[in-house]
Design a protein around this ligand. Sequence first.
Ligand code: A3P
Length: 345
Amino acid sequence: MLFKQQAWLRQKLLVLGSLAVGSLLYLVARVGSLDRLQPICPIEGRFGARNQADFPLRALQFKRGLLHEFRKGNASKEQVHLHDLVQQLPKAIIIGVRKGGTRALLEMLNLHPAVVKASQEIHFFDNDENYAKGIEWYRKKMPFSYPQQITIEKSPAYFITEEVPERIYKMNSSIKLLIIVREPTTRAVSDYTQVLEGKERKNKTYYKFEKLAIDPNTCEVNTKYKAVRTSIYTKHLERWLKYFPIEQFHIVDGDRLITEPLPELQLVEKFLNLPPRISQYNLYFNATRGFYCLRFNIIFNKCLAGSKGRIHPEVDPFVITKLRKFFHPFNQKFYQITGRTLNWP
Ligand code: A3P
C-alpha cells in the first residue's frame, strides 16, 4: 500500500516537474522570438544626425526600463551622468487638436524605441506665466532620454492659441508639427462631452449641446461657441502657416487612428524620419474598451484611461446636419492646403 502511494507521488512530482521545465523553455523561446521581431539596426536619417549610425535600437529598448526609473525622479546626478542621459527640447510637437486623439497618438508613438514622450501636457507656449519662465524651464520639464532619441510633447491648446506659432518658431524654426484631426462635428461633440462631464462631477447643470451649438436668435451655427470654433481647422492652420511651411506639418486622421492605428502610425514614423518599428504586435483591439490598446512586450500592456472614449450624448440629427454643412467649405479648404483629403461628410 505504502509503496503504491510513494510511486503515485513520484509520478505526480515528475509530471509537475516536466510542466515547470516546459513552461520555462516556452518563455525563453518566446522572449527570443520577440527579440527577433525587432532586429538590431541603426536609427537611420533622424533629425540632426549625431552618432546615431551605431546606436542599436534594441539597446535603446533595453534602456527604456532604466529611463522609467529616472523619470520617477529617483536618479542622482551621478547616475544621470553615468548613463549619458539628457533632457532635450522636443524635436516634434503634437500641437492639437483637442479631442482629436492627441493622447492616443502620443502614447502610440512612445512605443517606438527612439521616441520618448513628455507624459504631462506642459502648456509652455500657450500659458503666459509658464512662457515667462523661459526655455530652460521648458527643457527641464522634458523626460530624460538618450541623445539619440527624440522627445515629443503634446499640448492641444497650442493649435488654437494666437501667440503659440511665433513662440515655437523662435525656439526651433525647423521643428516638426503633428496635428491629429477628427471629423469636425464629432470632435465638437466630444469636446462638449468632456466639459459636460466636468460639470456633472461638480454637481452642476449644463446646457444641451444643441443650445450651445446653434444661436437661438438666428438659428444659425454659433461660431462663438468654442467647441465649434476649434473644429474650423483651416482657420487655425492658416495662422500657423505664417510661420511654418506646410511641409513641416503632418496631418493624422484621428478617426482612422481609432479603427486602424498602424497605417496612421507608419505615416508618422515616415514623417519623423524614424525607421519603422511600431508593428501590429504593439497594438491589440480590446473589445471591452472598444479601442486599440498598447502592448510594449509580453508583460506590459496598457489601455488609455477611461476618460478617453467617452459615450457621447445623443444630438438632434437636424443640428448634426446643420453643423456638417457649416464645416463643409472649411474642410475642403483644409484638404486643399494640407494635401490630405479625409472622407468627412
Ligand atoms: P472620445 O472620448 O470622444 O471618444 P484627446 O486625447 O485628444 O483628448 O482625444 C480623445 C479621443 O481619443 C477620444 O474621444 C477617443 O475617441 C480617441 N481615441 C483614439 N484612439 C484611442 C484609443 N486607442 N483609446 C481610447 N481613445 C482613443
